[in-house]
Ligand binder design. Structure first.
Ligand code: ADP
Ligand code: MG
Length: 638
């Protein structure tokens, strides 16, 4: 509890204590003994006014302020009218006094409000604790001394030092030191990762064992931690349809109920159906129950909890609308390379043309690929081993879905698939090995090909099984790779459909066709690494990107980011989304159900204000406790 909440709590406790004393004095007849009749009624009026004002003066002020601003119909207004009304019943001598109820309604309303504020603060805190991954300093070496500086001041290319136990503040590459990294804050995975010089490091991990020197590759503002925090902070701005519905609902619901209460209080007695006091009391009871706070608070809180819970597992959802869409996904479309497969290709064979040499072929290919981020390019460079002299390379053009073209030592080198060769009018010949074939041509002459193969990710097959078990109708793979490779992967993983040899724009078309085939509420999710597929990510109902390996463009374009590149997290994200939606609907149905029931009872004169206030506050408390379940995803952690 913060200071403000503590003061608030103390105020409520004080008011409750005074209320209890006054209530006891009245019930025991002490007031009548001292003040006589009807003096006792006026005495209890004044005495109950004390706890009432102590507990509720701020509500009265807020209601008055809102009325002046012309936004009268909120819960403060409902509570103010209902409680003032209850006190005013003293002017109807034909009925028992209702001051105790008036004070009690205000007291319990405040108890509920305090609880709400505590619950919201609590979930915000646990999310920010989880998100407490932003280090507030970086160590740099100056004249042999380590000094702490603001991470914002570190330039790209500077060397920072991370001691054991510290968090890596900025993305970079290890230049010195060997250590284990704890990536749990980013991926939910607590298996330590071994790093040594040359390893890429993302910010937010905790350095566990050794001192690391890291050459930064990004400014602090573009590093992984900063980006994650930004995503989480902005998530609450993108509202789900259900959330908007509740807001709109509350907007017309409150005036409607107030109107109904007024009619209930006035019309029957005018028609001679009973006493004024009885009907006015029913109208006031009506106002108390109708307070929509249980919904207005618990629905956004559930979404907030779902997003927070997902981020504990390294799944970043950019808004509650995406959580809602995820719950309805029944078609999942995957990109192949880097998404279902590892993206770290190993070279299976090098087949140079008769007059060439295998090493020269690999060297030419690795140089041409020097500037590409494509997993194929990274793997070719890795296989080459030798140093790449960037000065020998010029005029690099990457043609997405085809390959690359570059001048290496002044000679035009093309590396890519059949399409690339065909486009440049180079004759090529096929290979009978299964795998991704990289044809290489030098100065227009075919130089041979390199066959590379990729392995499917460990959890890929399980992911497809989980998705089918969760009711996903179609799991589709799209790839720019050759049909034989695609089909082999498709069979291995149990995919429903495989489409091969697609250029990036063909992937968009394929997704549009699948979107057109969606039925009813069914939604389509596309999962990709963002290399060549950012347009598809934006086109799908829900775009899911692999965060660690994926490109920055993909993380921008995506609606959901999987930090640890595991496709199985998409199944987990869907489970969290569905659980959140279940909780949201439970709360809506429960809160409205109980309220309607008490409203009907109140109209019939069967509910008094005591029942109404317990109905209102009790429903709010239960709905909030239920909403907080959305944050607990422990059982989903694999
Ligand atoms: P996927 O759909 O499997 O993710 P891409 O659309 O990224 O694959 O690429 C499709 C095909 O284009 C690859 O299988 C490869 O033949 C070729 N290609 C793309 N980029 C490169 C590159 N940098 N070097 C060589 N070939 C490439
Ligand atoms: Mg790809």
């Amino acid at each position: 509890m913060n200071k403000k909440q503590k003061r608030w709590r103390n105020r409520i406790i004080l008011a409750l204590a005074i209320f209890a004393v006054v209530f006891a004095l009245e019930e025991l007849g002490a007031l009548t003994a001292v003040f006589g009749t009807p003096g006792d009624v006026y005495a209890s009026f004044v005495l109950f006014l004390v706890p009432y004002l102590i507990a509720g003066y701020d509500v009265l002020i807020k209601a008055a302020r809102n009325i002046r601003r012309g936004q009268a119909f909120d819960e403060c207004f409902l509570m103010t009218v209902a409680t003032i009304g209850a006190f005013a019943m003293v002017f109807f001598p034909d009925t028992d006094p209702h001051m105790a109820e008036g004070a009690a309604v205000m007291l319990f309303y405040q108890v509920g409000e305090l609880f709400q504020s505590y619950a919201v603060g609590q979930s915000r805190k646990s999310i920010s604790a989880m998100m407490d991954i932003a280090p507030d300093y970086a160590n740099i070496e100056q004249d042999g001394q380590l000094v702490e500086v603001d991470p914002d001041e570190v330039q790209v290319g500077d060397i920072i030092v991370v001691k054991p136990g510290e968090r890596v503040p900025i993305d970079g590459v290890v230049t010195e030191g060997v250590s284990q990294l704890d990536t749990a804050a980013l991926t939910g995975e607590s298996v330590p990762r071994h790093v040594e010089p040359g390893a890429d490091i993302i910010s937010g991990c905790i350095n566990m064992t050794g001192i690391l020197h890291i050459r930064t590759t990004k400014p602090f503002g573009e590093s992984t931690v900063s980006r994650i925090l930004e995503l989480v902070e902005n998530a609450s701005e993108k509202k789900a349809r259900t959330e908007n519905f509740i807001t709109r609902f509350a907007r017309w619901y409150t005036p409607l109920v107030t109107g109904a209460a007024a009619l209930l209080a006035v019309v029957p007695p005018l028609l001679g159906m009973g006493s004024w006091s009885d009907w006015i009391l029913r109208g006031l009871t009506f106002l108390v129950v109708s307070c929509p706070c249980a919904l207005v608070i618990s629905v956004p809180l559930s979404f907030f909890g779902g997003i927070g819970g997902a981020s504990k597992l390294g799944i970043l959802v950019k808004g509650s609308n995406y959580l809602e869409l995820l719950a309805h996904v029944d078609t999942v479309v995957f990109d192949k390379t880097g998404t279902l497969t590892d993206g770290t290709f190993s070279v299976v064979a090098i087949h140079p043309e008769a007059d060439a040499d295998a090493d020269a072929l690999l060297s030419a290919a690795a140089h041409a690929e020097a500037f590409s981020d494509h997993p194929i390019a990274v793997s070719v460079r890795e296989a080459y081993r030798g140093a790449i002299d960037r000065a020998r390379i010029a005029e690099v053009v990457e043609e997405s879905g085809h390959g690359v073209s570059a001048l290496v030592d002044g000679r035009r080198v093309l590396v890519g698939n059949d399409k690339l060769m065909a486009e440049h009018g180079t004759a090529w010949h096929d290979c009978d090995l299964t795998g991704t074939v990289l044809h290489v041509s030098i100065d227009g002459a075919y130089a041979g090909h390199i066959v590379i193969a990729d392995v499917v990710k460990e959890d890929a097959a399980q992911t497809i099984r989980d998705l089918h078990a969760a009711g996903v109708r179609r799991c589709v793979m799209l790839t720019g790779d050759r049909a034989d490779v695609a089909e082999a992967v498709g069979r291995e993983l149990g995919l429903d459909e495989v489409h091969a040899q697609l250029l990036p724009q063909d992937k968009v078309e394929a997704v549009e066709r699948l979107l057109a085939e969606e039925r009813g509420e069914g939604r389509l999710a596309f999962v990709g690494d963002g290399i060549n597929d950012a347009p598809v990510l934006t086109r799908a109902d829900v775009g899911v990107a692999m965060g660690a390996m994926g490109s920055d463009a993909a993380i921008e374009a995506a609606d959901v980011v999987l930090m640890d590149d595991k496709p199985s997290n998409i199944a987990r994200a869907m489970r969290i989304a569905r659980k959140t939606m279940r909780i949201v609907w439970q709360n809506i149905v429960f809160a409205l159900g109980v309220k309607v029931l008490i409203l009907v009872l109140a109209a019939l004169g069967l509910a008094n204000m005591w029942l109404a206030v317990f109905g209102d506050v009790g429903v709010a408390v239960i709905a909030i406790l239920n909403a907080m379940r959305a944050m607990r995803v422990g059982a989903d952690r694999a």
